[in-house]
Write a protein that binds this ligand. Sequence first.
Ligand code: NAD
Ligand code: TYD
Length: 339
Amino acid sequence: MKLLITGGAGFIGSNFIFYMLKKHPEYYMICLDKLTYAGNLSTFASVMDSPNFRFVKADVCDRMAVYRLFEEEQPDMVVHFAAESHVDRSIEAPDIFLQTNIIGTAVLMDACRKYGITRFHQVSTDEVYGDLPLDRPNLLFTEETPLHASSPYSASKASADLLVLAYHRTYALPVTISRCSNNYGPYQFPEKLIPLMIINALKGKSLPVYGKGFNIRDWIYVEEHCKAIDLILHEGKNGEVYNIGGDNEMRNIDIVKLICKLLGKPESLITYVADRKGHDMRYAVDFTKIRNELGWKPEMKFEDGIQNTIHWYLDNKTWWEEIIGGEYQNYYEKMYVCR
Ligand code: NAD
Ligand code: TYD
């Protein structure tokens, strides 16, 4: 089995590659990644020389490069992670989100049609459903919830999902889509809530909470998401959408306070800063479908997952120090100083 994994040098893609190399050592894995600011080749140091792994630097929007790779490798399945993934950046500059997340998905699916595959899997997000109110805790996103995206990021992902379903209906392309809640764990780029707070706390810097910190996300440990995708690839039905959730709704402020506690840092580091524009209030995922049809449910408790994550960032300082020493400084200044 040959798998083409796009965006594999990013957070979830790299965790997925490590998971699959262990789980299916007989598979051949090709990672296609543009290595944007979010992609990191050093993540692959331990697998770069594996005979069943190949890294290719390319842009999913580059039709010629994508077709060339398909011609050369003839992958059986494509798992499409590559995307611009950060809501705050999409608010500052939406264009690249439309390009990569929508056009890039179409180019890949065109290649799948041209060269033939057994499955194109679109890694999507619960953010395509928009948000839920705080005062109706029983409301959850199901696969039937209408798409109602709030940010340029989530609108671009919703657009890509529509295209994926259109390619299935129009060209009978064998596709599946998964819509997962907020992931956390090793190798997450420190622009996202949990690694940003861990690293700032370790450095004794202020912890910038947007608004009052009452927004709720449903957090899932990244490996649980990888397990679910593996299951969908092998047992999911073509044309279907599967929600993936952590069964773990938490307010941002409670996460940040917990990180302070676990690192022995004072809560006085917390600073309340201007809210995100159009900030989604609450995400909560109903994953009954994947549980009933494929037998998946999240196993990792948040208390354990967050400990693992903190230990990973403590043990892998070089990985993130290289990141925060570079262009990230300009990003941080632009987004947070005088916010
Ligand atoms: P990430 O930003 O950490 O990684 C994205 C990767 O895609 C990077 O390696 C980057 O170099 C690569 N990339 C970007 N543009 C590219 C292009 N034009 N061509 C080729 N490669 C390109 O993102 P992530 O958090 O790992 O998310 C991966 C996928 O999962 C995304 O599609 C995202 O929408 C989805 N998702 C993320 C979460 C989450 O909590 N992080 C939750 C649900 C779904
Ligand atoms: P984030 O990790 O960017 O994921 P998403 O916006 O895709 O859910 O943010 C998670 C939550 O944390 C979100 O409600 C915004 C909030 N947040 C902060 O309060 N401060 C921060 O510095 C960041 C990055 C996020």
